[in-house]
Design a protein around this ligand. Structure first.
Ligand SMILES: Nc1nc2c(c(=O)[nH]1)N[C@H]1C(S)=C(S)[C@@H](COP(=O)(O)O)O[C@H]1N2
Ligand SMILES: [Mo]
Length: 261
């Protein structure tokens, strides 16, 4: 595990290095900091710098989408592939008939949605490339409901800034207890048209190995942002009280919270 983490961090450094190179000589920083003190605060931290720089370059652009012919292999399962918690096992045994997605936190209208509720909403299908920080990629077709559609049902309060995804899988166990996978994105990414809660992959119901019954797709970020086995979405105004305070299982362990590609 330690070796894998070291490799992931090296890869991350490489990616960040090339992003920094691509940005050097670009005037984005000066004009933005002169103009807007909120942005200047964002720039104060390295994390903010990375995120703001990537946002400035990426803007609202869509991630590339591909054709059916580009799907050359199955989506390689990674991380947790078969959660062993009692509640998850029971639901998986009955085709996730009892599954509910909870939407809670800083919302006016908390939601509890079954798979039937979710699949009844307008869906989006996209063929995109998944880039894992470990250095491999897969192209797959994802179908799901735009996260923005679900959040609009819940009516976020004006104070909401992040969507947090809580997952069924305990990715770590120790004497002090279980650590469950979690992730978060800001509301800009949450309402991006390609950000979907996927329930189907390559034309079939999402397999357990890839996050059944529901997993996040955030197409302009690295694979670890794409939380699998999501049971709860919580809207919050700060990430400080979750885990070690960095906003995700992997961010708590040294990776970038904003993993833009
Ligand atoms: N709940 C949960 N989500 C997760 C993970 C995990 O271990 N648990 N691994 C992440 C990582 S590192 C990657 S690359 C992708 C893998 O998705 P896949 O198994 O569909 O390829 O899921 C991400 N989401
Ligand atoms: Mo990954």
């Amino acid at each position: 595990m330690a070796r894998m983490e070291a490799r992931m961090l090296d890869r991350r450094k490489l990616l960040l290095g090339s992003a920094a190179l691509a940005l050097s000589g670009c005037k984005v920083f000066d004009s933005a900091t002169d103009r807007d003190s909120a942005l200047r605060n964002l720039f104060a931290s390295h994390e903010g710098l990375t995120r703001a720089a990537q946002r400035a370059v990426i803007g609202d652009r869509l991630a590339p989408e591909f054709s059916e012919a580009d799907i050359r292999q199955g989506q390689r399962p990674n991380g947790s592939v078969n959660p062993d918690g009692a509640e998850y096992r029971r639901m998986a045994g009955t085709g996730f008939r009892d599954y509910r997605l909870t939407v809670t936190g800083l919302v006016d209208s908390p939601q509890s949605l079954s798979l039937a509720d979710l699949t009844a909403l307008p869906s989006r299908t996209q063929i995109t490339r998944h880039d894992c920080v470990e250095g491999w990629s897969c192209i797959a077709k994802w179908q799901g409901v735009p996260l923005g559609t679900v959040l609009k049902l819940a009516q976020p309060k004006l104070t909401a800034r992040y969507a947090v995804f809580q997952c069924f899988d305990a990715i770590e166990r120790s004497l002090s207890g279980e650590v469950f996978y979690y992730e978060s994105i800001d509301l800009i990414d949450a309402f991006h048209p390609q950000t979907i809660l996927a329930y189907a992959m390559n034309g079939a119901p999402l397999p357990v190995a890839n996050g059944a019954p529901l997993r996040l797709r955030v197409e302009r970020q690295l694979g670890y942002k794409m939380a699998k086995y999501v049971h709860t979405i919580e809207l919050v105004d700060s990430l400080a009280s979750l885990g070690f305070g960095k906003g995700s299982y992997w961010a708590d362990r040294g990776y970038e919270w904003y993993a833009g590609i």
